[in-house]
Ligand binder design. Structure first.
Ligand code: URA
Length: 269
């Protein structure tokens, strides 16, 4: 989205208000600031690169994208397979330059919770709060997720692996304006997700929403798939509706509760 950035009167004097106004526009999905006067870019000669809309954490990213024309999925496979620890994997993701989302993100959102947990939750991608905080599921949907799993005795802060959760996402960088991840982005992140799951080695995987369902099973249709156990990466996998969907459709919480009970029964069995 492009926008002309208008500043209410007096805002020039208030640095903090100006920054807040800019952050608000970024959250609305603004990617390119425009001036009041039109610019004919054909007359400018040298190509002009757009100014990044938000401050981004990308110290290891060259300004002009990946250095090589290596296949992104092959590069991801090579990088992920070399990671022997979670720390290695996080560093490999931070150094991976084939995903443009990295260039617009403030933080790499890697994972949260207890790495010894029996249950691994796989979400979609960070939203604005996760992007700011660097941890998955810390916004409204994340608060609901915490409440849902607490209701069956599971928590990301539990020290006992039997009651613990580990949480990560298919994409570690926030897509602009929270758009759906593209198939190419899912494909290049899949090797990292597979390695992440192998390093955690949970007893069961819970996928929340369509993106992780696609990443793990190759098919979409979370509303049909939810509640039906399947297998991925040699592990039992439970598809569930995303907590953001439950916030928009509270009537679906009844089914989500049935899915949580099914998870609880599987862990007790
Ligand atoms: N939604 C997700 O799928 N993941 C997050 O981390 C936050 C919101």
């Amino acid at each position: 989205m492009d926008t002309a950035i208008s500043t209410p009167e007096g805002i020039e004097d208030d640095w903090h208000a100006a920054l807040a106004a800019l952050a608000w526009q970024v959250d609305l999905g603004v990617t390119d600031p425009l001036g009041d006067a039109p610019v004919n870019r054909y007359e400018l000669g040298e190509p002009v690169r757009a100014t990044p809309a938000a401050p981004a954490v990308r110290t290891e990213t060259p300004a002009h994208g990946p250095a090589s024309d290596e296949d992104p999925v092959a590069a991801a496979n090579a990088a992920a397979s070399r990671a022997m620890t979670l720390q290695d994997l996080q560093s490999a993701l931070a150094a991976y330059d084939h995903c443009d989302l990295k260039r617009g993100a403030r933080n790499l959102v890697f994972g949260d919770g207890n790495p010894a947990a029996r249950v691994l939750i796989l979400g979609e991608a960070p939203g604005s709060e996760e992007d700011r905080d660097g941890r998955p599921f810390v916004g409204r949907a994340g608060q609901l997720l915490d409440l849902m799993f607490a209701a069956i005795g599971l928590s990301r802060t539990a020290e006992n692996p039997a009651n613990a959760l580990y949480i990560t996402n298919v994409l570690p960088w926030r897509p602009p304006a929270n758009r759906d991840p593209e198939p190419a982005e899912i494909a290049m992140m899949r090797p990292f997700v597979e390695r992440h799951i192998a390093l955690i080695d949970p007893q069961v995987i819970v996928v929340m929403g369509n993106t992780p369902l696609i990443a793990m099973t190759g098919s979409k249709g979370i509303l049909r798939a939810r509640g039906t156990w399947t297998q991925a990466l040699g592990k039992p996998l439970l598809p569930m509706t995303h907590p953001a969907y439950l916030l928009r459709n509270p009537e679906a919480k009844r089914e989500a509760w049935a899915d949580l009970l099914s998870l609880k029964a599987r862990l007790q069995g």
